[in-house]
Design a protein around this ligand. Structure first.
Ligand code: FE
Ligand code: FE
Length: 191
């Protein structure tokens, strides 16, 4: 298919984003399931609901064109998700696994931020102000999710460092300075 204008490129990019969101709707529950920190799991579950809404916003934009947003495969997101899931198949302790989930999730969010920033700018340039607003809403959600992941990483990555000496029962031995750590609410795994 030829792309002869910025408008066509814009629509092509929206289709790509739509496919990316739908891939995530399938992938996020698996990531949430793999998380051992309650805060991380709940954060991913919350973002899953946002993601469903983000896909609907794209459908809303396409309604104006009288078209369906399907038809494009987002190979970039496919690769990002595949890389994340391959890492998670490896054997890791709980905190390290949570750190790996955060690493994968932040790649996802950054990829989306790039895509939505571009699409929002195209919408503005093309005079599609309603679409620009919808895309901006999604962009904000992706940015906030990324920030939230950074906050969680500040606790979880430290726990992964401390856990990597193979010491068991670090939660019980946690000094007061770590009383608010994410592992405080980490579910216990069967040995
Ligand atoms: Fe999204
Ligand atoms: Fe997202």
């Amino acid at each position: 298919m030829e792309i002869n204008s910025l408008r066509e490129l814009y629509i092509d990019q929206l289709r790509d984003l739509y496919d990316a969101e739908n891939q995530l709707i399938k992938a996020l529950p698996k990531m949430a399931k793999g998380a051992t920190s309650d805060e991380l799991r709940e954060g991913i579950e919350e973002h899953l609901e946002q993601t469903k809404n983000q896909a609907q916003r794209l459908e809303q934009i396409f309604e104006r064109f009288g078209e369906k947003p399907k038809g494009e495969k987002c190979k970039g997101m496919e690769g990002v998700i595949k890389e994340g899931s391959e890492t998670l198949e490896k054997d890791m302790d709980d905190a390290t696994k949570d750190a790996a989930i955060i690493a994968a999730a932040q790649r996802v969010e950054h990829y989306e931020i790039a895509g939505y920033g571009t699409a929002r700018t195209y919408a503005t340039l093309l005079g599609e102000s309603e679409a620009a607003e919808l895309l901006e809403e999604t962009l904000d959600e992706e940015k906030k999710t990324d920030q939230k992941l950074t906050q969680l990483a500040e606790q979880i990555n430290v726990e992964a460092v401390e856990g990597s000496d193979g010491e068991e029962g670090r939660e019980e031995e946690a000094p007061p300075s770590r009383a608010r750590s994410a592992s405080g609410s980490r579910k216990k795994r069967a040995a």
